[in-house]
Design a protein around this ligand. Structure first.
Ligand code: NAD
Ligand code: ZN
Length: 239
């Protein structure tokens, strides 16, 4: 296992750094995670909300839930962890931030090269035609929102059982394969294929460092596990 100081040195010497973030990075901005005890899924069943079948069955119910998340996320501000990652990007020659988060807080913190493998809650996409738009209105005036073509719009996020956007995913894999250092932060590492990236990076020779308040399925198979809150540890790594 390597120590904080050694990780700082690794980051300073790296030509290429890739980072995978999950809901834990936004927890300290007040956005509920999915799998912690107070997480969203402990109050709702995922299969009632975040699947294409659920939307086909009851689009209004699914939209009410996403709309309430949009209202909550609209109030959230990036935290010290988001800002530290934006700072790291400015120092490393090749830097890629791969996020499972749909809240856009990395962009708000100033990160530039962000791959949103699960989409964005601020994107609305037509279920029939190719129309897609950014819309930060929260709450939305009418649910479900409709496209000009008359069909329902859906949240521009990836639901369970759906493919990831393939161009974005290919870039994420490329970043993992070419990284000297791969950071995995605030993700339960159980949602695939995103969770496979740490193994991909490691097999290709990267040093893999995880930051989480609790151990995950990958913690035993990487180079360093830093136990703690990302808003506290990330600024220390980048200092
Ligand atoms: P998850 O809820 O499954 O896991 C959260 C992880 O973060 C846990 O391992 C937990 O121990 C850790 N954690 C909690 N607080 C932390 C902190 N302060 N510092 C460091 N680690 C902390 O989240 P996930 O792995 O991202 O799950 C994947 C799915 O959840 C994704 O599809 C994502 O789109 C969705 N999601 C996104 C958001 C968001 O955009 N903010 C919020 C909830 C869920
Ligand atoms: Zn349409």
């Amino acid at each position: 296992m390597i120590l904080l100081d050694e990780i700082r040195t690794l980051l300073r010497d790296a030509r290429s750094v890739a980072v995978l973030t999950g809901a834990g990075v936004s927890a300290e901005s007040g956005i509920a995670t999915f799998r912690d005890d107070d997480g969203l899924w402990s109050r709702f069943k995922v299969e009632d909300l975040a699947t294409p079948e659920a939307f086909a069955r009851d689009p209004k119910f699914v939209w009410q839930w996403y709309d309430s998340r949009r209202v909550d996320i609209a109030k959230a501000k990036p935290n010290a962890g988001h800002f530290a990652l934006a700072e790291l990007e400015r120092r490393v020659p090749n830097f890629t931030l791969i996020t499972q988060n749909i809240d856009d807080l990395h962009d708000e913190a100033g990160s530039r090269n962000v791959l949103k493998v699960h989409g964005s809650i601020w994107t609305l996409r037509c279920t029939v035609c190719s129309h897609e738009r950014r819309d930060r209105t929260a709450p939305l005036p009418d649910l479900p929102p409709k496209c000009d073509c008359g069909a329902y719009l859906r949240p521009g996020v990836v639901w369970f059982g759906e493919l990831l956007p393939q161009d974005v995913w290919r870039q994420a894999e490329f970043a993992a394969v070419t990284a000297d250092v791969f950071l995995v932060i605030g993700t339960s590492a159980v949602v695939f294929p995103a969770a496979s990236l740490a193994g991909v990076a490691r097999d290709a020779g990267a040093k893999v460092v995880e930051i989480n308040i609790a151990e995950t399925p990958i913690s035993g198979r990487i180079d360093a596990f830093l136990k703690g809150r990302s808003a506290q540890l990330l600024p220390q790594l980048v200092a």
